[in-house]
Design a binder for this molecule. Structure first.
Ligand code: NAD
Ligand code: ZN
Length: 356
């Protein structure tokens, strides 16, 4: 299966190529690199460097051009960016060279950020290796690192020259990362409505079995959904916000657990919270609520999330730095099939959620 999706941006357009065996299969040639770029440096993490040494070496002309970072969120710092930029300068990488991000969302966000500022911006290619990165973070051009004050507070909008996706890379992905990515998949189904719901329910067994053809189709559907939203709102002025469905409550759970649970596990719980809110606000009726919640329940719970009081949840959401005018913003499903933004104060939210 080969699928190519084109993403249009204000500065041009780039292809997203999805193909099983695109990189992992020994017989497949490395995909066509943009012709106007000289030398490529790969940035990856230790786990991937151990799992896929040949795949990574195939991407560069010399092993010197591979930079291996410690895995995990702690890598997304300005200090680490400085170290990598110094390495690029030592390697004498110039404005006509490029970076390749081979890894999950951490490596992707980090590499894109480095590419956007090294010599005022050089080319880059994303090769996402987690389900979350394949369906979400590799599309839309957001790059960045964390500050002590909060996640992703320093960053740029900087689309890559290409995204290469090989679903076979997911065969080595730990279960908790796979199911975490599935939360984002279900989020797209909630946003897109009936057609995607039905497809997902019908193909769920094949998804659980990580059947490569089905996983490839699934990735294509999610990317098409995100692409259609981000091309209309590249810099998140409005429409793009609907991708935050489930994330207001999800972020609160991440904060309350001190980020010990994966983003996906918190998002699963966050979607259930927000669907209940939509029901209690009578934006959706009971049968719609059950139908949507059942989709979320298809994702198994593999990480224990401690129970929080409603008051703790509301407080965590009320303190979110991204709130405007003391209102907590939610993106909630509406019975018409659209997603609506609703702003509530902490007191309003408590009162609604306490309704039986
Ligand atoms: N830019 C965006 O639009 C956007 C959107 C969503 C999330 N993000 C960011 O993405 C990051 C999370 O990304 P993630 O969930 O991919 O986590 P991650 O990059 O930390 O990867 C998770 C773990 O899986 C390992 N791994 C990756 N691919 C593997 C494979 N094929 N086989 C075995 N192990 C593998 C990694 O080494 C790591 O230990 C966060 O920093 C988040 O802020 C960005
Ligand atoms: Zn998310």
């Amino acid at each position: 299966m080969l699928e190519t999706l084109e993403v249009k941006t204000q500065t041009g357009s780039y292809p997203i190529i999805i193909q099983e065996g695109l990189l992992v299969n020994d017989n497949s040639p490395v995909p066509q690199k943009p012709a106007n770029v000289g030398r490529w440096v790969v940035i990856t993490d230790e786990n991937l460097a151990n799992l896929y040494p040949e795949v990574i070496e195939n991407l560069v002309t010399s092993k010197k051009d591979i930079i291996i970072l410690p895995p995990g969120e702690e890598t997304k710092t300005l200090g680490q960016v400085e170290e990598v930029l110094e390495i690029l300068a030592d390697l004498k990488l110039n404005r006509w060279d490029g970076l390749m991000a081979f890894g999950g969302g951490v490596v992707g966000d980090f590499t894109g950020f480095c590419a956007s500022i090294y010599m005022r911006g050089i080319a880059w290619i994303q090769i996402p290796t987690t389900l979350l990165a394949q369906v979400d973070s590799s599309v839309g051009g957001k790059t960045g690192v964390n500050l002590k004050s909060g996640k992703n507070l320093a960053g740029t909008f900087y689309p890559p020259q290409a995204v290469w996706i090989d679903p076979l890379l997911l065969n080595t992905l730990p279960d908790r990362e796979f199911w975490g990515g599935c939360s984002e998949v279900v989020k797209y189904a909630l946003i897109q409505g009936d057609g995607f719901h039905r497809w997902l329910v019908e193909h769920w067994e094949a998804v659980v079995a990580k059947e490569p053809e089905t996983i490839g189709q699934l990735i294509g559907k999610c990317i098409a959904c995100k692409r259609d939203i981000v091309v209309k709102d590249e810099k998140e002025a409005g429409l793009r916000k609907i991708l935050n469905l489930g994330h207001t409550a999800g972020h609160a759970i991440e904060k309350l657990t001190d980020y010990r649970v994966t983003h996906g596990a918190a998002l699963r719980q966050g979607m259930l919270f927000e669907l209940e809110l939509a029901f209690k606000m009578e934006l959706i009726d009971e049968s719609q609520y059950r139908q949507l919640a059942n989709l979320v329940h298809m994702i198994p719970v593999i990480e224990e999330i401690p129970g929080f009081s409603l008051e703790d949840m509301v407080l965590a959401m009320a303190l979110d730095k991204k709130n405007r005018k003391n209102n907590i913003s939610f993106l909630l499903p509406h019975q018409s099939g659209s997603i609506e933004e609703v702003g509530l104060t902490g007191e309003e939210l408590l009162r609604i959620m306490k309704k039986c």
